[in-house]
Design a protein around this ligand. Structure first.
Ligand SMILES: [Zn+2]
Length: 123
């Protein structure tokens, strides 16, 4: 069963070295970006994935702590994008030097929801 459009969220990602970025997190329908062999103009509509706010928050947390965005290779690409720097042709090396300091979800209405704070363990 498809999810619903829960608005445009953001996630603020701060690293322990002081760098970071704010990433847009759209929850509505979207289209893929194409691949090397397929034109983006041929992409099909992808229905919303999330049913509730909790689903969105769980996915954000997962992506930045264990998922694809937990690796330096992707984190450094996001930093490049945020600073409007050109991305290196062969990407960045994998690693875990960029440690999270804080991860904060920002709801469409501006509410800020802490997802992760370095050194803090929720009870
Ligand atoms: Zn990697």
């Amino acid at each position: 069963m498809p999810g619903k459009d829960l608005g445009t969220w953001h996630v603020r990602v701060k690293f322990r070295n002081g760098s970071g970025f704010i990433q847009e997190w759209s929850t509505g329908a979207r289209y893929g970006g194409g691949t090397e062999g397929t034109s983006p103009l041929g992409e099909r509509r992808i229905e919303p994935s999330w049913k509730t706010e909790e689903d969105v928050l769980r996915t954000m947390f997962y992506m930045f702590t264990e998922g694809n965005y937990s690796c330096d290779c992707n984190r450094r690409l996001f930093l490049d994008w945020a600073a409007q720097r050109e991305r290196p042709e062969n990407g960045h090396a994998c690693g875990n030097e960029l440690e999270l300091e804080e991860l904060t979800a920002i709801a469409p209405d501006g509410r800020e929801i802490p997802l992760f704070v370095f050194g803090f363990i929720a009870k």
